[in-house]
Write a protein that binds this ligand. Sequence first.
Ligand code: FCB
Length: 454
Amino acid sequence: MEDIKLPKGFVFGTATSSYQIEGAWNEDGKGESIWDEFCRRKGAIANGEDGTTACDHYHRYKEDIALMKKLNVMSYRFSISWPRIFPDGYGKVNEKGAAFYDSLIDELIKNGIEPSITLYHWDLPLKFHEEGGWLKRESADIFADYAKYCFKRYGGRVKMWATFNEMYVAAHLGYESGKFAPGIQDPKKAMQAAHHMHLAHAKAVKAFRQSGIKGQIGIVHCMSPVYDMDKTNRSAENARKVDGIWNRWFTDPSFKGSYPEDIMEMRKRQGTAPEILPGDMELIKENRADFFGVNFYFRFRVYDCDSDEFNWMNCVNSRPVEGAKITEMGWEVFPEGLFTLLKNIDSQYGKIPVYIMENGMAAKDIEGPNGEVADDGRVEYIKGHLLACSDAIKAGCNLKGYYYWSFMDNFEWTSGYSKRFGIIRVDYKTQKRTIKKSGQWYGDFIALHKKTAV
Ligand code: FCB
């Protein structure tokens, strides 16, 4: 632990998202989101579960914030449910829904916790989706209008903003594999939706700057460093392709203002390239975000094997690693990957401030008689990743903060409630919250940091 040296001013936070914790799916005038609808589809979610109640955070946010305070959390990253504010996606505001976030923000500030808002963590208003949603070019303007409303209402009190969470997942899982809402299976549409999200991001950044509110606006991408395991020509080629499809296709537009040429050529051959109109890339380039948000969960190991452009996952993680620790999600624990990733961001995108907006693990979490959980594995996980942060800063990376995913156990999308990531245990029957050993550890660590960091 002595080896973890993070500078004064480094932000320690925890993260959640609206659909995964709020519940109150149809209360106080909230519109439905694509996840409300998707969860009703037979077989879509493990055990047929859904987020209708989730952690009931909508009613229990004060109790939750009190727990954050107890753990010395400096910043709380949450997302706004777009259909809570605009039930149709646009048009009339639902005052009660918007007022919920006023109360949440005020309560955070009262407790000395900095709010960090993400505008889109996948819960697109259903009505707007049925009218075309992300497949329509106008979605960029509609998103920007929603963003403007939030800047005006919450700006001033909130200084840290992010537009999108994990465009990769929203596009590929939502529109290509169809495993996530809205469950569409069409790779060309996935790329078109992603392009509209890039435009929506740029328009929101532009509106943020025009609004004159103080603060910073960023975007959050999921990224995995890619390791070429075999060092042959074919494995190197596979690795480059995987990096391009998963990482660069999303981060290059955001931070370089262009799509990677190698992957664009591939998409043109496949017939999956998005339609890009004159002026689009200029708009994206001119509105580069203030910070680079990154979610890190796993690395990709790429091997020398047969992979064509359509089956690019074939050679990814296709062989086991001896002795590797694996989480309940089946993801390899590999904190060195975070160091590599931060170094990659530094060398590819320069000295932009970087925040780790999500990092965490799902564990078995055996509950004691009073709800206590001795999750030593999670403590080790956090320590390992904080050490990687500390090493990256030593190596010159401009890393500014770390948010653990997640503040509490919650609805893990298609896995339902079976996967627990929290540093707070949630008993879904009673909604009782219990601080896990990892939560206590994180809280103590932050307290020590506040006292000793230089
Ligand atoms: C990320 C998501 C987040 C959560 C974690 C485990 O991809 O952004 O909502 O599900 O994975």
